[in-house]
Design a protein around this ligand. Structure first.
Ligand SMILES: [Fe+2]
Length: 229
């Protein structure tokens, strides 16, 4: 679908003239096929539907922001009671929800998951965490101590090293300047097949990480760090 068509749909949904939606960005869903026995078909389908919902919300927020400021009649702008502030909060929330889901879907559900000892990923994680097992233990600890949120391993552009951390919700405790490399969804909807056993869920996801996708991200992150040097 072209951006123009999407803007027309968004304009109709919001009841605004789509010609006025000039600066809005438009995110489009990507297709993911997750062939795995670690998650039920129903959970996978529900998760993709949820991701589509976040994309719709993200695009709606974008279009609303595009028409939120009018120089001739400025809206209320303060940190306590402002539609503009609410839209900016929702923008970050939906943006992160969309891209964290895309990162997670792409780096998961590899039933033939295998990390090569000569790969950049293995060498870097071993170098920076002592051993690969220590990286894994730290990553799982981040996942299990996350609230409703995400476990992430990313490349820190300031410290020039890999770093495990968690995000609560989609937008809390997000370190600036970190490029995400490995992402696991720790929301209850993702782990519902495991009921309350978050540990069993996390281990199932770590065992099915797609190391080829992760390796490509790592190469890209280090190339970006070189440019920023
Ligand atoms: Fe999710």
């Amino acid at each position: 679908m072209k951006n123009g068509e999407l803007k027309e749909i968004i304009g109709k949904t919001l009841g605004v003239d789509d010609k006025k939606i000039n600066e809005a960005y438009v995110a489009q869903p990507k297709a993911y096929e997750q062939h795995t026995d670690s998650l039920s078909k129903q959970t996978r389908e529900d998760h993709i539907a949820l991701y589509h919902g976040y994309i719709k919300s993200f695009n709606d927020v974008s279009a609303n922001l595009d028409t939120a400021l009018n120089p001739s009649s400025m809206p209320i702008l303060n940190p306590n009671n402002s539609r503009y502030r609410s839209l900016k909060q929702n923008e970050t929330l939906c943006r992160n929800a969309v891209y964290l889901h895309e990162l997670y879907f792409a780096n998961s559900a590899d039933v033939n998951s295998q990390i090569m000892m000569e790969s950049l990923t293995f060498i870097r994680l071993q170098r920076e965490f002592g051993t690969f097992d220590e990286w894994q233990m730290d990553f799982i600890a981040c996942a299990l101590t996350a609230g409703v949120g995400w476990a992430v391993c990313g490349y820190d552009m300031f410290l020039k090293r890999y770093h495990n951390f968690f995000i609560d919700d989609h937008d809390m405790h997000v370190p600036i300047g970190v490029y995400p490399i490995i992402v696991i969804d720790m929301w209850e909807h993702a782990a519902k097949d495991y009921r309350n056993d978050r540990k069993a869920y996390v281990i199932s996801q770590v065992m099915e990480l797609n190391w080829s996708v992760i390796e490509e991200r790592m190469v890209r992150a280090e190339a970006m760090a070189e440019v920023l040097r």
